[in-house]
Design a protein around this ligand. Sequence first.
Ligand code: PAF
Length: 277
Amino acid sequence: MQRAAQSWHREGRRIGFVPTMGFLHDGHMSLVRDARRRVGPDGIVIVSIYVNPTQFAPTEDLSRYPRDLKRDYALCRADGVDGIFLPSDAVMYPGRDAGAYSTYVAEESLTRRMEGASRPTHFRGVTTIVAKLFHCVLPDVAVFGAKDWQQAVVIRRMTVDLNFPIQIVVAPTGRASDGLALSSRNAYLSPTEREQATVLWRALNAARVAVAKKTVSVAELEKAVRRLIATAPAARVDYVEFFDGETLEPAVQVKRGTHMALAVFLGKTRLIDNARL
Ligand code: PAF
């Protein structure tokens, strides 16, 4: 991968990169199209597909994470992807099971709340693998989805802190017609859970309406959001947070432009979503 990337750079071609864990959907493909627009027709668009073990806790869904490489290839081909980087665990983490892999990248500030609090080992895995993928693919520009807002902010910080000469783009969340954010994990939902999963989007919209004309307290808005989510019997809130979208600093009051993120279990499936209110 590195040798190919170096030779494309020698030819003066820009490399656009979309890192994924596969089971691609139109949300991913809109990131691919964004990467293509940025590198131009002579540029190279690379998608990586790697279900990264270090970002899953032992209790999480690593072994049952959905996979369909054939379909992923077809989608990539249809959208003009130039190359798929499909590394194995042995390539990414040689000797990890035998304790012979020991270098990790950890961001230590932006990862304390939200996903970082609910999934304490998650971001160390994400920053480690993204740093490694950047070293393999050597992109000029990398595109991440806004659905994982905290992840995008963390990666942007890592890129600055570790001097990666890479432009980080955060592209809008793809949504189903009823507002549910596209996610590979939606495949886990039963029909009833899928129906009720729109509660995340409804909660974001209700919060947006609540702050459209006035500033409200975090406690008051969080209570209203939790009440709305409780109307979906299959839903259980993990967190609801209000914060500054750039710094991730918790909001004192919620007003137009404050960012809201939430994580909600639908049955056993944990979904996340966010929006600038
Ligand atoms: O967002 C994802 O799919 C993953 O966290 C990423 C960025 C591909 C790293 O494994």
